[in-house]
Design a protein around this ligand. Structure first.
Ligand SMILES: [Ca+2]
Length: 211
C-alpha cells in the first residue's frame, strides 16, 4: 500500500482514537452510581462492578480504552451507539453486567440518571440475576456486592439460597451420615457382644476344669 494511502487510512483511525481519548473521561464518568451504591451499602465498590478493569475504562491496561485494537474500538463505538434499550451489547470495556445495563436500559437513560443514581436500581428488572447466585441484581446493588460473582453476596442470603438449592443433596448427606453412624453403632455392639461371649466361654471352661 502506498505511503499516502496508509496516511489516508490512518487519519480516520487517528481521529477516532483522539475522539475516543477525549471521550475517555466521559466513558469513565459513571462514578455517580458508584458513589451512590457505596453510600447506600456502606461497602467499597470498584469499577469492576460494571467494567472489565477495576480501575475503570481510562488507561492502557487490559479492558481499558488505551489497550483496544481497531476491532475493539469499533465494538466500543457500536456499544456507545446503544442509546435506547435494544439487542445484546458486547463492549470491550464493560463486563457482562455492564453490557446488560446498556442493553436493558440504554445509554441515554444511564447518562441522564447520573444526577439521580437511585433511578438505576428502581429501573432494573427485579428478578434478573446476572451471576445466578439467587440474589437479584437490584439487591446486590443495594448491598454493594458484585453482581457478576456468585460467591459474593449477603452471607445470610447466600446461605438460604444454597439451602433451598441443595436441600436434596443435604438431606441425602444427612441420611447417609445417620445410616453410617447407625451401622457403626451396631458394629461396636457386635464387637462388645462377641468379646463378652468369649469372656463367658473362658470363665465357663475354667469352672469346668475345677480348682
Ligand atoms: Ca446475583
Amino acid at each position: 500500500m502506498p505511503s499516502w494511502s496508509r496516511c489516508v487510512y490512518r487519519v480516520p483511525l487517528l481521529a477516532a482514537s483522539v475522539s475516543l481519548a477525549s471521550y475517555a473521561s466521559v466513558a469513565g464518568a459513571y462514578p455517580d452510581f458508584q458513589r451512590h451504591i457505596q453510600a447506600e451499602s456502606g461497602r467499597v465498590v470498584s469499577c469492576a462492578m460494571c467494567h472489565v478493569h477495576p480501575d475503570g475504562p481510562d488507561g492502557v491496561k487490559h479492558g481499558q480504552i488505551g489497550s483496544l485494537g481497531d476491532a475493539e474500538l469499533q465494538a466500543l463505538n457500536h456499544s456507545r451507539a446503544m442509546l435506547e434499550p435494544g439487542p445484546a451489547v458486547d463492549s470491550p470495556i464493560l463486563n457482562d453486567f455492564g453490557d446488560y445495563l446498556v442493553s436493558s436500559l440504554g445509554r441515554k437513560r444511564l447518562m441522564a440518571w447520573k444526577s439521580n443514581p437511585a433511578k438505576l436500581i428502581s429501573a432494573l428488572n427485579r428478578v434478573h440475576d446476572q451471576d445466578g447466585d439467587g440474589i437479584p441484581d437490584t439487591r446486590e446493588l443495594r448491598d454493594g456486592t458484585d453482581p457478576t460473582d456468585p460467591r459474593h453476596g449477603d452471607p445470610w442470603l447466600l446461605f438460604l439460597v444454597n439451602i433451598r438449592r441443595y436441600w436434596f443433596h443435604l438431606a441425602m448427606l444427612s441420611a447417609a451420615t445417620l445410616l453410617g453412624l447407625h451401622s457403626l453403632n451396631r458394629l461396636f455392639r457386635w464387637f462388645a457382644f462377641e468379646a463378652q461371649r468369649a469372656v463367658n466361654a473362658k470363665g465357663k471352661a475354667r469352672r469346668a476344669e475345677g480348682p
